[in-house]
Design a binder for this molecule. Structure first.
Ligand code: ADP
Ligand code: MG
Length: 246
C-alpha cells in the first residue's frame, strides 16, 4: 500500500498478442486518445495519481479497445486502477441518472478472493466515482438481499464480490448478470485455483452477454492457472511487468 513500488522507468513490460494497442505515457494522452470524460482525469489527480504505472500504461489501452487481457504485475503496481479506469470510461453515463425503467443493470463485475480485497477495490471505485452518480455495490449478504429487488438491481452499475457470495446470489435466482460487459478476476492466481475454479466457471456461465470482456490480474500466474485463463478468453493479450533491479 501507499506509493506504487516503482515508477514506470523501473518497470520492464512485455506485451504479447495480436495487434497490441500502443501504451500511453500519461493519463492526459489516454484522455485524448480515447475521449475519456474529463471528470475521471480530475478524480485521478485528486487521488494523487500523476503518472500511470507500467501495467496502467499498457493495460488501460488494451481494455479500452475491448480486448481480453491477462495482466501479471507485482504487488503494489496499481493493478486495481488498470481495470477500474476502463470500466468507468466505457460504462457511459451513470445509470441512476436516468429513470428506473432505463437502468441497464449490472454491467461490470469484479471478483476478488476475499471480502477484505473486495472492500479495498470498492474503496478505489469510490475515489474514481467522486462527483458522479455511479452505483457501486460491495456484495454482501445484506446488499445481495437488497438487490433481489429487480428495480434496485437495474440501477446498479458495478458489483464487487467474492466468488462464494456471487454464486450464492446466482443460486437464489434473483440476480441477473446477463448485461455484464466487463468481468475482472483480481488475484487471478487464487481465483483459478481449484478452491474457486468451479465457482468462477458458474459465474462466467451466468454472464450471458454475447461479448463479455474478460480480464485477469495477478502478481503471479502459475502455468496451470495461466492456461485456464487463456482458455476462458478470446484473442487475449498477455502483459507481464517485471521490476528492474535498482
Ligand atoms: P496492486 O493491485 O498491483 O497490488 P494497487 O492497485 O492496490 O496495487 O495499488 C497500490 C497502491 O498504489 C494504492 O495505494 C494505489 O492507490 C496506488 N496507485 C495506483 N496507481 C497509482 C498511480 N498511477 N500513481 C500513484 N499511486 C498509484
Ligand atoms: Mg491488487
Amino acid at each position: 500500500d501507499g506509493e506504487p513500488s516503482s515508477s514506470m522507468s523501473r518497470q520492464r513490460v512485455t506485451a504479447k498478442g495480436n495487434s497490441v494497442p500502443a501504451a500511453v505515457e500519461s493519463f492526459e494522452e489516454l484522455m485524448e486518445r480515447y475521449n475519456i470524460p474529463g471528470k475521471l482525469l480530475q478524480n485521478l489527480e485528486a487521488s494523487g495519481y500523476g503518472q500511470p504505472t507500467g501495467i496502467q500504461a499498457h493495460g488501460v489501452p488494451i481494455l479500452l479497445e475491448h480486448r481480453d487481457l491477462a495482466a501479471i504485475s507485482p504487488t503494489g503496481t496499481g493493478k486495481t486502477l488498470s481495470y477500474l479506469l476502463p470500466v468507468f470510461a466505457s460504462l457511459g453515463a451513470p445509470s441512476s441518472s436516468s429513470d428506473s425503467e432505463h437502468g441497464q443493470g449490472v454491467r461490470a463485475l469484479v471478483l476478488a478472493p476475499t471480502r477484505e480485497l473486495a472492500h479495498q477495490i470498492h474503496n478505489e471505485c469510490l475515489k474514481l466515482a467522486q462527483g458522479r452518480k455511479w452505483r457501486i455495490v460491495l456484495f454482501s449478504k445484506a446488499t445481495a438481499a437488497t438487490l433481489a429487488d429487480k428495480n434496485a438491481q437495474d440501477k446498479v452499475d458495478i458489483v464487487i464480490s467474492t466468488p462464494l457470495r456471487m454464486v450464492a446470489a446466482l443460486q437464489s435466482g434473483n440476480l441477473k448478470l446477463s448485461n455484464v460487459r466487463h468481468l475482472v478476476l483480481d488475484e487471478a492466481d487464487r481465483m483459478l485455483d481449484p478452491e474457486f475454479l468451479e465457482q468462477i466457471r458458474e459465474i462466467i456461465a451466468a454472464c450471458s452477454y454475447p461479448r463479455v470482456q474478460k480480464a485477469v490480474f495477478s502478481a503471479t500466474l502459475p502455468a496451470n492457472a495461466e492456461r485456464i485463463a487463456m482458455d476462458m478468453m478470446t484473442n487475449p493479450i498477455r502483459v507481464v511487468v517485471g521490476l528492474k533491479d535498482t
